[in-house]
Design a protein. Sequence first.
Length: 218
Amino acid sequence: MSLQKDSMPPDETVGPIWLGVSSSLVVLLLITTVLRLWARFACRNLGWDDYTIALAAITATVRYAFGVMQLPHGNGRHRVYLGDHDYMMVNMYGWWGQLFHFTSMAFLKVSLCLLVIRIQSTKTLRALLYILMIGSVVINLAVVIILLAECRPVGFWRGNSAQCWPNAIRIYAIWTSIAYSVFSDLLCSLLPLAMVWRIRIPSQKKAMVTGLMSLGLV
């Protein structure tokens, strides 16, 4: 018994850390989104990039809410310290959260691409960004469809009571979405930088604007 206890991980949780970091980011997200929409509305300059970023913020906030609902059931603790019911509830809320997470990612990528098109729209650039948008929507929608279709009844949290596809299908789909997201982030961040250096402004201002826009790579 002593050896078994010694081999077990410590009974600790990272839930409060997740809550603090996520809450701060969600508050920042909502403030910046509201300010952006207010500024665009005041200038009568609302566009599809604004509507899609609003949808991204809403779905991201819903995803955060499901994360908060996981915490009372022990999310952030090691599995061995969770009862079967709590483990099921963590997975259930996590499943709902994933649906909204990948939906939010699709809206976000579309908004970023539309924003770049608004800044500068050449034929080649528009074609490239529309390809990126379509790819993002298709890949993230595919993950959502897999989450909905992989088990009968719906939801992999049901355990032995559900008949599910192999977990590898869902896992590989999620990794594909992440890889595409990183690629599109790099491209959407680097394209505006290239455009800035073509503008005839002092080099000091170019460097400052480039530094600010490079924050998108962080």
